[in-house]
Design a protein around this ligand. Structure first.
Ligand code: AMP
Ligand code: ZN
Length: 673
């Protein structure tokens, strides 16, 4: 036992260290694969020896804990906000006030730091391990989000070096721009609404109930302040250096400045450089460096007197709103888009801005012809932030959100609690039809060689494909007639389509474009159910029992299979030979069971009825509830229903007992299909 405990400890220490090297130090020394193998080994040991569980083990990074409602906990030291300014004059006045309190003879220096645009957090460490993490809340009390915070890999679960026994450290949880963009691309692919900016997404992520989902968000944390009673640190800058040594991610961008003039240089430097940062900042924080000075200056009701934020103005221009257009996505989501009089923002010409949804239009109280303010922040598409009330357009012409689909005129729906309007005419609405086929052939789905999104549009516009299954009906002569289609490219295209028939079931399932069934969910479903027939048959309760399948996904799956167009689409695709079963499932099929129809009746000794049913299905058999001429076997248990038995006898159907079933299973095992 001692041995094992030791082994677990060694693995944990190693993994903590590799985590540090990768996430904090940017200098990994082992490959991701080796890391994963070590982690897996530790996971298995912990599972086998739960007596050695440790809530700060590196295995906790993947999450697992679900918090229904976050406990409200008072902050030991209040979390103040910062007073802020946009002007240099006010910064000079701020310094004058400080000098008055500290005295002119003292030399005052300033720690200049970037103001990260995210969600602030306060984390407590005791004897070098993370014990609690709170959101800012109202500054006096915050939410206990410890289990979510532990999934963020830039936050150490165990410290290095010589740290104080007990202290709090504060920082900002952010989402770097690259991760944010990737996340939105994935959401687009799944037909989910995209997030509007990294800051809100970061703070929203911290409040998710399922920590495993938090673990998947690209969150990171910069630390910038330590608080505690005996921490043996005398200045802010020293605090930054020390916390870095303890294993925290501390930005290298902080600088110590000896005068407000030097602070201005720092502000100017980052005004330009911030464009190149991989994350958003909304300004600079200037802190009086010496803790004894800080103590003398103290706090106002809301903020420390010893710190101030200088905020950069987001570049904002005004232009005229010419029109609102509506786009229909693959899932039928309607996105309003503002068409603007072209205008230059930070070096690019902007003609369009996102309006997100009907609520947004309402909130801005927009009219056509309005002069609007347009801003380009961290978001991908510029947004309208307000209306210049001095130059209103036609006040009568309030923008009415459309109530019919702009492409197919189907009445739009908006579900309760959802911001987006939808056209539910999935199978007939042109952009949805095209979008579905484009999704099906896309790289992450069927990845069909020789066929791209534009060709799909071309095929659609020429009436050659209206739905996914039509791809498998295409003939060479039909495509050759189209413009831009040479012999070679047509052969490639048809070859690619043919080859796609062998693509694994999970790709096909993802390709169907069921709402909320992204790549990962598709894989999970295939693992759990093995075949489309079983997914189709699954009830809402069956579905939500599966790890990572929530109510929203379950509802959408039930919805999808309740539509007969979808069922017939799947039937067609099956007839063309596409894969609708997992590979293991195909291997486990048994010739005596494959596609045979079974009725079971009565109770059994070796099997429960449920076990028997799943056994039959996994061998390729089909379960039916009543005996008919199409039935192949009636499996009779104790207390079999007499009517079933009579009917089977009349129809000359084989009646077998449990023992016969077992021997049938064993029979010719080598003849597995
Ligand atoms: P505000 O929310 O505008 O009052 O600004 C105060 C917030 O700025 C704090 O609560 C922190 O979350 C955040 N902040 C970002 N970077 C820093 C930093 N380097 N030092 C202190 N606070 C920061
Ligand atoms: Zn439509």
């Amino acid at each position: 036992m001692e041995e094992i405990h030791k082994k677990i400890d060694v693995l944990r220490d190693e993994l903590h260290e590799h985590n540090y090297k990768y996430y904090i130090d940017d200098s990994p020394i082992i490959s991701d694969y080796e890391f994963d193998m070590k982690l897996k080994e530790l996971q298995e040991l912990e599972l086998q020896y739960p007596q050695f569980l440790d809530s700060n083990s590196p295995t906790q990074r993947v999450g697992g804990q679900i918090t229904k409602s976050f406990e409200n906990v008072p902050h030991k030291f209040p979390m103040y906000s910062l007073s802020n300014t946009y002007s240099k004059e006010e910064l000079i006045q701020w310094e004058e006030r400080i000098k008055k309190i500290i005295g002119n003879e003292e030399r005052i220096s300033y720690s200049c730091e970037l103001k990260f645009d995210g969600a602030s957090i306060s984390i407590t460490y005791k004897n070098g391990v993370l014990i609690q993490a709170l959101t800012r809340g109202d500054g006096v009390q915050g939410d206990n989000i410890t289990s979510n915070i532990k999934t963020i890999k830039t936050i150490p679960l165990k410290l290095k070096g010589e740290y104080p026994n007990f202290f709090e450290i504060r920082g900002e949880i952010i989402i770097p721009l690259e991760g944010f963009q990737k996340m939105n691309e994935e959401r687009l692919a799944k037909g989910e609404p995209i997030f509007s900016n990294p800051r809100n997404t970061a703070s929203g992520s911290l409040k998710m109930q399922d920590s495993r989902l938090v673990a998947k968000r690209p969150l990171m944390c910069f630390l910038y302040s330590i608080i505690g009673e005996n921490i043996d640190v005398n200045t802010q800058f020293e605090a930054l250096q020390k916390s870095k040594k303890w294993g925290f991610k501390v930005p290298d961008s902080a600088r110590l400045k000896n005068s407000i003039d030097d602070v201005f240089d720092y502000i100017k430097e980052w005004e330009l450089k911030r464009e190149d940062l991989p994350y958003d900042i909304d300004g600079i924080v200037i802190k009086v460096n010496d803790f004894s000075h800080q103590k003398k200056l103290g706090y106002t009701a809301k903020s420390p007197r010893w710190a101030i934020a200088y905020k950069y103005k987001a570049e904002q221009v005004s232009t005229i709103l010419e029109e609102v257009q509506y786009q229909v996505g693959r899932t039928g989501a309607i996105t309003p888009v503002a068409k603007l009089k072209p205008v230059l923002i930070s070096g690019t010409i902007v003609k369009r801005a996102s309006l997100h949804n009907a609520d947004q239009i309402e909130k801005l109280d927009l009219r056509i012809g309005d002069t609007v303010f347009v801003e380009k922040g961290g978001e991908i598409i510029p947004k309208i932030t307000g209306v210049n009330s001095n130059y209103r357009g036609n006040l009568e012409a309030r923008i009415q959100f459309i109530n019919k689909c702009p492409e197919c005129y189907f009445p739009l729906e908006r579900e309760q609690g959802e911001a987006q309007h939808y056209c539910r005419n999935d199978n007939l609405c042109p952009p949805q039809q095209i979008g579905k086929i484009q999704h099906f052939i896309s790289r992450k789905a069927m990845d069909i060689d020789g066929l791209g999104g534009e060709t799909v549009t071309l095929l659609y516009k020429n009436g050659l494909v209206n739905k996914i299954s039509d791809l498998y009906r295409l003939r060479k002569d039909q495509i050759l007639n189209l413009e831009r289609m040479a012999d070679k490219s047509v052969s490639n295209l048809l070859g690619g389509i043919e080859k796609s028939k062998a693509k694994p079931f999970s790709k096909v399932l993802f390709g169907l474009g069921i709402r909320y069934v992204g790549e990962t969910v598709a894989k999970t479903l295939v693992r759990a159910f093995k075949s489309i027939n079983l997914i189709e048959k699954a009830s809402f309760d069956d579905l939500i029992l599966i790890d990572e399948i929530g109510e929203k996904i379950a509802k959408s799956i039930i919805d999808y299979f309740s539509k007969k167009e979808n069922i017939s689409l799947i039937e067609e695709l099956k007839s063309f030979g596409l894969q609708f079963e997992s590979i293991e499932n195909q291997k486990s099929k048994h010739f005596a069971f494959d596609k045979k129809r079974f009725v079971i009746s009565g109770v059994f000794e070796e099997y429960s009825r449920e076990e028997l049913k799943s056994e039959i299905e996994s061998l390729g058999g089909l379960l039916v509830s009543s005996v008919s001429s199409k039935t192949d076997y009636l499996i009779a248990g104790n207390g079999i229903g007499p009517s079933k038995k009579n009917k089977a006898e009349q129809l000359n159907i084989r009646i077998i007992g449990e023992k016969d079933f077992i021997s049938l299973k064993k029979s010719n095992n080598n003849k597995m299909l």
